[in-house]
Design a protein around this ligand. Structure first.
Ligand SMILES: Nc1ncnc2c1ncn2[C@@H]1O[C@H](COP(=O)(O)OP(=O)(O)O)[C@@H](O)[C@H]1O
Ligand SMILES: [Mg+2]
Length: 281
């Protein structure tokens, strides 16, 4: 079985007005991983996602999906998008049915699943996003955060292998932001991959297993948590806030209250056990 869903080989992309949005990107997107996509505004995150799902074609270089070069014929693109659930940065671009329920139904109906499966998945998605009181509401009466929850429900209902979440929590409150990461954790298995772009570093720090940082259209970093969050210069260049937990850990070290650990604490629970026992777990 192929280890990667997508591979980018020296991919560059220029918009029609001449903006060079991506420059010489080479990377692999592994299966079964929770991946954070970080980087300042305009660094190329959304453009990267557009190329992944074939909405835009590279100006040079090649993108492979499951080891096959991405094919831009309509039939193949439909097949690709059956496996990739995409939550756009702007919910407006994604909602087009007249009511909440019809919008969530749209994807599963297009997948031509049996009626029973469609109904089960849609009911489940409505429950997870707590939209039960809004199912018959016209989309244009919803708030920004409610619209975002409808797009998330639409993706849940399609049960994709790959989730692309482009700043999904930018209009969500604290409760729904946490619900999203909690539910993605439950969904994760060795097949499902999540690509999640955000500026909410404190939320993603604990959740993600792999980090990719864009800067001015290039990949500035791709790898594990520790090397990224202990590199102050890199964080500053990429406009990434140092997570509150890492700041806390570094201050405790400086004050001599704890000893250096082999890895950064990933959660409050881990930091507390360092404090209590001077060891993880
Ligand atoms: N449709 C477009 N036409 C021209 N330039 C664009 C378009 N969309 C984005 N860009 C430019 O491409 C670069 C990358 O943008 P984007 O991928 O949206 O970054 P991010 O999602 O990281 O904020 C920016 O310089 C942005 O201004
Ligand atoms: Mg963006």
């Amino acid at each position: 079985m192929t280890e990667s869903y997508f591979t980018f080989d020296h991919v560059s992309f220029r918009y029609s007005d001449g903006t060079e949005a991506l420059k010489d990107i080479s990377l692999s997107i592994p299966r079964g991983k929770k991946v954070a996509i970080l980087g300042e505004n305009g660094s190329g995150k959304s453009t990267f996602f557009k190329l992944l799902i074939g909405l835009e074609k590279p100006t040079s270089g090649e993108i492979c999906f499951l080891s096959e070069p991405l094919n831009y014929r309509k039939k193949q693109l439909i097949r690709l998008r059956e496996q990739v659930g995409f939550i756009f940065q702007e919910a407006e671009n994604q909602l087009f049915a007249s009511t909440v329920k019809q919008d969530i139904l749209y994807g599963p109906i297009n997948l031509r699943w049996p009626q029973e499966k469609i109904e089960r998945n849609v009911a489940n998605a409505i429950q997870l996003t707590e939209l039960y009181d809004l199912t018959e509401r016209p989309i244009h009466f919803l708030s920004g955060g409610q619209k975002k929850r409808v797009t998330i429900a639409g993706v849940y209902a399609m049960d994709p292998k790959i989730y692309i979440l482009d700043e999904p929590t930018s209009s969500l409150d604290f409760y729904f932001s946490n619900q999203l990461t909690t539910y993605l954790n439950e969904l994760q298995n060795e097949e499902r991959t999540f690509l999640y772009s955000t500026h909410q570093v404190n939320l993603i720090y604990e959740w993600a297993e792999y980090f990719i940082v864009f800067h001015k259209g290039r990949i500035l970093y791709s790898g594990q948590r520790d090397a990224l969050f202990s590199d102050d210069k890199l964080l500053e260049t990429a406009h990434i806030e140092k997570p509150w937990l890492v700041q806390c850990y570094e201050n405790l070290l400086k004050e001599g209250l704890i000893q250096v650990q082999t890895t950064l604490p990933r959660s409050m629970k881990e930091l507390m056990s360092v404090l209590k026992n001077n060891t993880y777990y």
